[in-house]
Design a protein around this ligand. Structure first.
Ligand code: SAM
Length: 271
């Protein structure tokens, strides 16, 4: 068996199956044993079924199974089927070959966990969708460091935006540690981070997120102008900002979640 936590082992496994790491699928395989252990530790305890998006060659899947998790792994690249059958042979797991964005996440059991090294191009829509389901007890995943920064950004910082507010609305967010490109094969161009989200149970709030998207839609505008441009009545916006004690020059980037929630209530209150 080729060692999955070494670049040589991964290269040999791919060669033996006549495969290559496909950039279109965001295939950067984790080859760092030390980081692998830390990811599994960050995901514990396995209090519910574990969903893994993108098992790849099965390195994280195997570590999760060895740690006693009940795993459903969803992989889009059908070429990897024979590899996964080899690397995970003998383990009880559910393997689904499907685009994770098309998976029926709204139907997973309450208290499920996500543990994944995410393909970078689907991380934001996938995590947004999973948070909205309200069915996850914990989400532990690797993403590009820049995406992790956006997820955990504080108001008034350059990374703060719609994604930060989406995450803050649904969960407590932690950026646990960063991984250098060398922790993966082939090495990506950027650093990655491990993020842990612990949902608080807040359901989706479409009105709030219409407002947040309008506020950040025109980033260089003041909040007032951005909201008026998006169709919110000027007078109501002016009144709401005054009621919150905010100057008319304030920008969306300055407002924490609590103020956006308050602003939504003020704007949506009928006359
Ligand atoms: C960054 S790699 C991680 C692989 C493996 N878990 C690891 O840590 O080495 C991302 C994985 O997601 C898969 N993938 C890409 N897009 C996907 C999608 N839309 N749905 C499910 N899997 C996808 C890729 O084929 C690849 O196996």
């Amino acid at each position: 068996m080729d060692k999955l936590t070494s670049p040589q082992g991964v290269r040999a496994l791919l060669e033996r199956h006549g495969l290559f790491a496909d950039k279109r699928f965001g295939q950067n395989f984790l080859v760092s044993e030390a980081h692998l252990r830390r990811i599994v530790e960050a995901a514990r305890p396995f209090t519910g079924p574990v969903f893994e998006v993108g098992p790849g060659l099965g390195v994280l899947t195997r570590a999760l199974l060895e740690a006693g998790a009940e795993v459903t792994a969803i992989e889009k690249d059908l070429r990897l089927k024979p590899v996964l059958e080899e690397t995970l042979s003998g383990f009880p797991l559910k393997l689904v070959f499907q685009d994770a964005l098309l998976y029926p996440w709204e139907e997973v059991p309450e208290g499920s966990l996500l543990v994944a090294n995410l393909p970078y191009h689907i991380a934001t829509p996938l995590i947004t969708r999973l948070l909205k389901t309200g069915r996850f007890a914990r989400l532990v995943f690797l993403v590009q460091k820049e995406v992790a920064e956006r997820m955990t950004a504080r108001p008034g910082t350059p990374a703060y935006g719609v994604l930060s507010l989406r995450v803050a609305h649904h969960a407590r967010a932690e950026r646990l540690f960063d991984l250098p490109p060398g922790a993966f094969f082939p090495p990506p161009k950027v650093w990655s981070s491990l993020v842990r989200l612990t949902p608080t149970g807040a359901p989706d709030d479409p009105g709030l997120f219409r407002l947040v998207e309008a506020a950040f839609g025109k980033r260089r505008k003041t909040l007032k102008n951005a909201l008026v441009a998006a169709g919110y009545p000027r007078e109501k916006v002016e009144e709401a900002l005054a009621a919150l004690g905010l100057p008319e020059s304030v920008r969306g980037e300055a407002l924490p979640l609590a103020q956006f929630r308050r602003l939504k209530e003020l704007l949506y209150t009928p006359e």
